[in-house]
Design a binder for this molecule. Structure first.
Ligand code: ZN
Length: 119
């Protein structure tokens, strides 16, 4: 008979199959080896994807960090060269600009002035 057709069914997204929507059937299905394998496969797939995503983000971070490091190095070398080339330019002590960020009163308000130093 076709009486089972009218019964509510539940879709198992792991197994891509329909099971009868009642507790014993669901429990029986979820205890099944096939279902457990499918769940494990799904979880490992999700993990793999998230790891790959994290790797990608890490790689991008590394790139940005390298770029930033290079920029800072160039900036520091510029400062050194300026110190060397113009040691007496202004009596304000040219390294003061670098050390200023120690004091919290002036948190480098204008990045424009820094940029002009960078060139
Ligand atoms: Zn299943």
């Amino acid at each position: 008979a076709d009486y089972w057709k009218s019964q509510p069914r539940k879709f198992c997204q792991y197994c891509k199959c329909w099971i009868a929507d009642n507790k014993p059937s669901i429990e029986f299905h979820e205890r099944g080896k096939n279902h457990k394998e499918n769940v494990a496969a799904k979880i490992s797939e999700i993990k793999k994807k998230s790891i790959e995503k994290a790797k990608q983000e890490k790689r991008m971070c590394k790139q940005f960090a390298a770029m930033e490091e290079a920029a800072i190095k160039a900036y520091e070398e510029d400062l050194k060269r300026m110190e060397r080339d113009h040691p007496q330019e202004g009596r304000k002590a040219p390294t003061g600009r670098l050390r200023r960020h120690k004091s919290k009163k002036t948190p480098a308000r204008s990045p424009k002035s820094q940029r002009s130093v960078l060139g």
